[in-house]
Design a binder for this molecule. Structure first.
Ligand SMILES: [Zn+2]
Length: 99
């Protein structure tokens, strides 16, 4: 973890409904699988309205998760997850965190 998000996408609405970019990364696979609660789905929808990089990230995830659906595992392999995190961080202009 490298600290707080930059204020570039500061929400103007109810902060409870708006997830941070890093939370979005954690939730995106469940979002694509449709396993999130309605509250979290709304939070993600609100975030995507505010955050173009996360929209792009979601597009990348859609392609990857679509491929992974053919595999008998429900979770992303660590390598794939790291690759997607790298995409996410590049889109957001953030450095890679230590792992
Ligand atoms: Zn975001």
């Amino acid at each position: 973890m490298t600290g707080r998000e930059p204020p570039a996408t500061a929400p103007s609405g109810d902060p409870v409904l708006v997830v941070a970019c890093r939370e979005f990364v954690e939730l995106v696979t469940e979002h694509l699988e449709g396993t999130l609660s309605p509250h979290l789905e709304q939070a993600i929808a609100s975030h995507l309205e505010l955050c173009d990089p996360c929209v792009e990230y979601l597009d990348q995830m859609r392609g990857t998760v679509g491929l992974l659906r053919t595999l008998p595992t429900e979770s992303l392999p660590p390598v794939t997850r790291n690759q997607l995190l790298a995409v996410f961080q590049r889109l957001h202009g953030m450095p890679s965190p230590p792992t």
